[in-house]
Structure formats: C-alpha cells, structure tokens
Design a binder for this molecule. Structure first.
Ligand code: COA
Length: 193
C-alpha cells in the first residue's frame, strides 16, 4: 500500500530520441526538482519558476496529469546513454478559452546547453502533443531577449506570431514576450491535414 504521507505521481510513458529520453517525474526526483526549480541559476536569467514548498511540488506533480493548466514539469530530460537528468519540459493549456497548448523547457545543467539537446527534447514533446492530443496548434512564449529559446523555436519551425509587450516580470523589471506557434500541418508537412 502506498505511504499516505506521500502522494503518488501517476505514471505515463517515456519519449525516446537519439540522445534524449523524456521520462515522467518519479518520487525519487522530488528533491532534485525542488532544488532546480528554486535555483535562479538553473532556470534564470530568462524566466522565473518557483515552488513554495516541497509539499506544494509533490502535490503539483501528483495533480498535473489531470490538469492541463498545470505548470509543473511533465517530463525530466535525461541524457542517454547514462540517463543523466539535465533538465525539464512541460506543457500547459495557455489560454483557457482556446484549444492550444504551450510547451516550456529548461536545461538546468548549464554545461549541457548549446549541444542540440534542448531542440531534441522540445521536438519530442511537440511530437507527443500532436500525436496524443486533438490540437491544431502548439505554442510557446519566450522573453524576446532569450536568444537560445527564440532560435530553438525558429529552428523547430515555430512561427513568430506576435509580441506581448511588458507581459513578464522577472529580475526586477518588465519584459516583452514573443509568441510562437506551430500548426499541425506545419508539423506533419501535410498542408491538407
Ligand atoms: C533554451 C534552451 C532550452 C535551449 O536548449 P539548448 O540545448 O541550449 O539549445 P540547442 O543547442 O538545441 O540550440 C538551438 C538553437 O539555438 C542556438 N543557440 C543555443 N544557445 C544559444 C545562445 N546562448 N545564443 C544564441 N543562440 C543560441 C543554437 O545555435 C541552435 O541554433 P542553430 O542550430 O541554428 O545553430 C537552453 O538554453 C536553456 O535551458 N536555457 C535556460 C532556460 C530557458 O531559457 N528556457 C526557456 C524559457 S522560455
């Protein structure tokens, strides 16, 4: 029987790429995730992610599979072949009144950035969303001053759809945010789809 002091995290499958495996969080990942999500050096300088308490993270991971609005990490990014955890990715229903999902992503081990691993992980996540969900669009937003994130999205075929001015507050000031989207037909390469 499960320990009632610990909330179980519902299980989902893993997603496999050549160098990256995306695996849903497990109870043994909690302390690592808690450390990462509270470490401004791991996620910063482009964004702000935080969790109030260990228990709040545990609850967020427990409820996330049934909650499309959840910003909790959906998968750990593991680098093959040793399966070293290097980051996290997530998705969430970005506009409550619309039928679209946004992806988010962070390589928390800085020395693992700039090697194409983030692109691989985000593409796996996009494949997963278009394959498993009735979506016509997958989106992403990023600080306009985050060149790695902007370039990653452009490289994967996301189109810049606009700018949300002064939409994100972090590090003591307001930032403009670029809105990107990729449609199902752009993903599949089939204009009739
Ligand atoms: C954004 C992030 C996930 C990108 O992952 P990554 O593995 O470093 O990116 P990739 O190696 O796949 O590179 C993707 C593209 O961006 C370019 N790029 C990577 N880092 C860059 C940088 N610092 N400046 C400019 N371009 C950069 C790459 O050259 C590549 O483009 P190319 O193939 O045309 O050369 C990673 O840098 C990160 O975790 N940053 C901190 C967290 C964050 O900003 N998350 C996004 C919040 S919206």
């Amino acid at each position: 029987m499960a320990d009632p002091a610990h909330l179980p995290i519902p299980r989902r499958g893993t997603l496999e790429g050549p160098r990256i495996r995306l695996r849903p969080p497990e109870p043994g990942d909690l302390s690592l995730l808690f450390r990462w999500l509270n470490d401004p050096e791991a996620i910063a300088p482009w964004d702000r992610f935080e969790v109030e308490s260990y228990r709040a993270l545990e609850e967020a991971l427990h409820h996330a599979p049934e909650d499309d609005l959840s910003l909790a990490p959906r998968f750990l990014m593991l680098r093959k072949p040793e399966d070293v955890p290097i980051g996290v990715v997530g998705y969430f229903s970005s506009y409550r009144a619309l039928d679209t999902m946004d992806v988010w992503y962070a390589i928390t081990l800085r020395d693992q950035r700039g090697q194409g691993l983030g692109s691989e992980a985000v593409e796996l996540l996009v494949d997963y969303l278009f394959s498993h969900r009735m979506l016509e669009r997958v989106g992403a937003t990023t600080d306009v001053e985050n060149p790695a994130s902007v370039r990653l999205l452009e490289k994967l075929g996301f189109r810049r759809e606009g700018t949300l001015r002064r939409a994100l507050f972090h590090h003591g000031t307001w930032h403009d945010v670029a809105v990107f989207g990729r449609t199902r037909s752009e993903w599949s390469g089939d204009p009739g789809h």
